[in-house]
Design a binder for this molecule. Structure first.
Ligand code: SF4
Ligand code: SF4
Length: 403
């Protein structure tokens, strides 16, 4: 068995309901036993963009409030932080705190022992990871005695799922993230960056906000999907396996799970995880959870000529790429700025376009330069950048996955 995951039903963001579910989830795994009076605990949240909590793209402030109260009750000080994509400066990140409802939450708590991170220093580390050897990270993490990773359950175009393991990418300063996308453009290499970050920082506890998750064009432009759960564990890979199972995914759908399994750090299936709590993955499963992409989800194990041919055919069918819906684009250039491969230029609408905004500049993608990191899709504030999938992919999925 691979560790224990605590799973509690949580039907809404009503504070009392959240507090009760969180209390149960943490009690079942003795999750806060590490806390000593006077210590500083860092909450590594998911604040991917300045999105209102009800959009379901970021860790909800009500869950963070409940966790803060529990930590305060044990005499801890709390620092809340993250480094979203973009520049890692006080002005930029404070705007994100505000947009995500954290500034208001901390003001409401009005307790000198709780603050939003205001240290925007950058440090360098050396680590003998599978992908990472030298890397830059956000310095505030050096000033806390322990880290709790508080993530959001979402679909993700490149990794399949964004949850506990992927959330650690926010320890990398926003402005340096494109460099990591370039250096580790192959999916498994990038997934191993996430595993390396978890192994380097070793958060003592992981909590997942899966009350409302995000499906479809995630991790920022998808739709809210009610899942109804809070999960907690001391191990990220077991935790992500249970989360994947709830949204009807498995190891072949999620590259970070695959990377952890190959490194003997995580389970292969959910049956290897001990799930405790007041409900079960079977009772909560969202069978029709919409994925951002389905290209990772069919693999043929065992080698051999037939499986090789099948894999080549499936790869050909599963061509995914970012594609623009011109009518939704406002020409803000955020995709252009986020593109690590410099594959995007801003250009006028094509002469034959039916769009009336003739002066509008829109992104054009150089397909030869594109490394398919989907940063443009992730950082588009309007959801105008979509994930294109070959229509044949849906047919193949129906055959192999029954959906
Ligand atoms: S165009 Fe989009 S997917 Fe392609 S490299 Fe640039 S950001 Fe990544
Ligand atoms: S695709 Fe999105 S990010 Fe890019 S210019 Fe249009 S609205 Fe902005």
């Amino acid at each position: 068995m691979f560790d224990t995951v605590s799973l509690y039903k949580c039907t809404s963001y009503d504070y009392d309901i959240v507090y009760e579910a969180l209390d149960g989830a943490l009690s079942d795994i003795d999750g806060l036993s590490f806390v000593k009076p006077g210590m500083t605990v860092g909450l590594k949240t998911n604040l991917v963009a300045a999105m209102a909590p009800e959009k379901a793209g970021t860790t909800h402030p009500i869950l963070l409030k409940a966790l803060c109260q529990k930590l305060l009750a044990r005499g801890a000080k709390v620092v809340i932080g993250d480094s979203p994509g973009g520049i890692y400066t006080s002005a930029f990140v404070k705007n994100i705190y505000k947009g995500c409802g954290l500034t208001g939450m901390v003001e409401e708590l009005s307790n000198a022992s709780i603050k939003l991170n205001d240290d925007f220093s950058v440090k360098e580390a050396t680590f003998n990871g599978k992908s990472l050897k030298n890397f830059f990270y956000t310095g505030w993490l050096d000033n806390v005695d322990a880290i709790i990773n508080v993530s959001k359950l979402k679909s993700h175009a490149m990794m399949g799922m964004s949850c506990a393991v992927k959330n650690m990418f926010g320890t990398v300063p926003g402005a340096t993230k494109p460099e990591y996308h370039m250096r580790f453009s192959e999916e498994m290499a990038f997934a191993n960056v996430m595993v390396d970050l978890n192994e380097y920082f070793k958060p003592v506890l992981y909590v997942v906000d899966a009350i409302d998750g995000m499906e479809g064009n995630g991790p920022t432009a998808g739709e809210k999907r009610h899942i109804g759960a809070i999960l907690a564990s001391k191990k990220p890979y077991a935790l992500d396996m249970v989360c994947a199972d709830i949204i009807n995914m498995g190891i072949s759908d999620c590259q970070t799970l695959k990377a952890a399994y190959e490194r003997k750090l995580g389970p292969k299936t959910v049956s290897e995880v001990t799930v405790v709590g007041n409900t079960s993955p079977d009772l909560l499963r969202v069978h029709d959870f919409k994925r951002a992409t389905s290209h990772q989800s069919i693999t043929f194990e065992g080698g051999g000529f037939l499986n090789t041919v099948k894999s080549v055919l499936v790869k050909a069918v599963y061509i995914t790429k970012p594609i623009l819906n011109e009518s939704e684009c406002i020409g803000c250039k955020k995709c252009y700025e986020a593109c690590p491969a410099k594959a995007i230029t801003m250009a006028k609408l094509s002469a034959g376009s039916k769009d009336q905004r003739k002066a509008q500049l829109i992104p054009k993608i150089d397909r030869k330069k594109c490394i398919k990191c989907f940063c443009c899709q992730e950082f588009c504030p309007k959801g105008a950048m979509k994930v294109y999938e070959n229509p044949m992919a849906k047919l193949v999925h129906k055959i192999y996955r029954g959906r």
